[in-house]
Design a protein around this ligand. Structure first.
Ligand SMILES: [Zn+2]
Length: 334
C-alpha cells in the first residue's frame, strides 16, 4: 500500500482524547499543500477545505484523531496510580498491558482483584510505573494526566496489520491519501480530523455546525465479526471497505448509500455492507446537526478494536481511500 509508513507513524503517535496535538501536527504537515483552506477550531478539530464546482454538494468527511486512554484520578501512598476511563475501555485487554503517558512515562496495568471479578470496572485497575512510593510517582505523573496503550506496528499474514490506535488512525490516513488524489472536484470536500470522538463524538458536533454540510461521512473503523467474539454480524476483514447502513447512533441515508455503491461499482472498489448493533461514530453528530444532515459511514473492518492489538487489512484500507476519492466527483440524486 502506498505511504504505509505514514499509517505506521500515525499509529505510533500519542493522541488520547483531549490531547490530539501530536497527531494533528503530523496530519497538518501532510495536508497543508493539498487543501485550499486549513484551520484548527477551538476544540482542536483540524478542518481542510477543497473547493468544488457550483453544481456540486458540500461533503464533510470526519475521521477522529483521538484514541481511548486512562486518566489518573488518585496516586496511592504505594505509588500505584488509580485511573478512570477516557472513552470505552475493555478491562481484559488493558490487564497486564503497557501504557505510556505524554511525557514518556511507561507503566503496566494491574488489577486490585482477580481480573474477571472486576467485571470490566476500570476503577478496579491500577497502573504500576515502577515508583517506590507516592512522592516518587509524583515526580513523573500527576492527577489528570492521561495515558494510552503502547506497542509497535507489525505485519501479520495476508496484508493484515496490527497496531494500537488503528481506531481511528486508519480513517485519518484514508482522508490524507484521498486528498492527494487529483479529481475534477465537482463537490466541495471538507476533510475534518476530529477530536474527542471516543468520549461522545464531541468534535464532529461543533465542526458540523460550522461547515453545515449537505452530506456527512464518518470515516472510521468498525468491529469485525469474523473471529470468535462477543459480537455478531457480517463484518469480515479483507472483504472490502464497509459502507455503513446503520449503527445504534445513526440510520444512514438510502440515496447516499446508493451513490456510494455506484462509485464502488464504477471504480472496481470491493465493498461490504456494514451493520453493527453496538457502538457509534461521528456520523451521529453530523446526522443531527443543524436541521439534519444525510449521512453514512466509510468503515474499515477491524479485529480486536479498542485494544493494543487491533488488526485490519491494507487492501480494505486502500479501498476506503479510493471510495473517498471517488465521492469527490459523485453525482447525488437529490
Ligand atoms: Zn473510532
Amino acid at each position: 500500500m502506498r505511504n504505509e509508513e505514514l499509517l505506521m507513524r500515525l499509529t505510533q503517535t500519542y493522541g488520547v482524547s483531549g490531547h490530539e496535538q501530536p497527531v494533528r501536527e503530523i496530519i497538518e504537515a501532510e495536508i497543508r499543500p493539498l487543501a485550499d483552506e486549513v484551520m484548527t477550531d477551538a476544540l482542536g478539530n483540524l478542518i481542510a477545505v477543497c473547493h468544488g464546482s457550483s453544481e456540486g454538494k458540500r461533503l464533510m468527511f470526519a475521521a477522529h484523531m483521538d484514541e481511548i486512554g486512562l486518566m489518573v484520578k488518585k496516586i496511592e501512598k504505594s505509588g500505584l496510580l488509580r485511573v478512570c476511563n477516557v472513552g470505552w475501555n475493555w478491562a481484559a485487554s488493558l490487564y497486564n498491558a503497557r501504557v505510556r503517558f505524554m511525557n514518556g512515562t511507561v507503566g503496566v496495568v494491574g488489577c486490585m482483584k482477580e481480573i474477571l471479578e472486576s467485571k470490566n470496572d476500570i476503577g478496579e485497575l491500577y497502573i504500576d510505573i515502577g515508583a517506590k512510593d507516592q512522592t516518587d510517582a509524583e515526580r513523573m505523573v500527576h492527577i489528570g494526566d492521561v495515558c494510552g496503550s503502547y506497542g509497535p506496528y507489525l505485519k501479520m499474514a495476508n496484508d493484515i496489520v496490527t497496531a494500537k490506535t488503528l481506531d481511528d488512525r486508519i480513517g485519518c490516513f484514508q482522508l490524507i491519501e484521498a486528498m492527494r488524489e487529483k479529481r475534477n472536484g465537482r463537490n466541495e470536500c471538507v476533510y475534518v480530523f476530529t477530536v474527542q470522538e471516543e468520549v461522545g463524538c464531541r468534535g464532529s458536533r461543533t465542526a458540523a455546525a460550522r461547515i453545515q454540510p449537505d452530506i456527512g461521512f464518518a470515516v472510521d473503523i468498525t468491529p469485525a465479526h469474523d473471529t470468535p467474539c462477543d459480537l455478531e454480524g457480517s463484518n469480515t476483514v479483507g472483504q472490502g471497505i464497509g459502507i455503513k447502513y446503520a449503527d445504534p447512533s445513526v440510520l444512514c441515508d438510502g440515496q447516499v448509500i446508493d451513490t456510494m455503491i455506484a462509485c464502488c461499482t464504477a471504480g472496481g472498489i470491493v465493498w461490504q455492507p456494514e451493520v453493527i448493533d453496538k457502538g457509534g461514530t461521528d456520523a451521529s453528530s453530523m446526522n443531527l446537526s443543524g436541521f439534519g444532515v444525510r449521512c453514512s459511514g466509510i468503515s474499515t473492518v477491524t479485529r480486536y478494536p479498542h485494544s493494543p492489538g487491533s488488526a485490519a487489512s491494507l487492501q480494505d484500507i486502500e479501498a476506503g481511500t479510493r471510495l473517498i476519492s471517488a465521492l469527490k466527483d459523485a453525482v447525488f440524486a437529490f
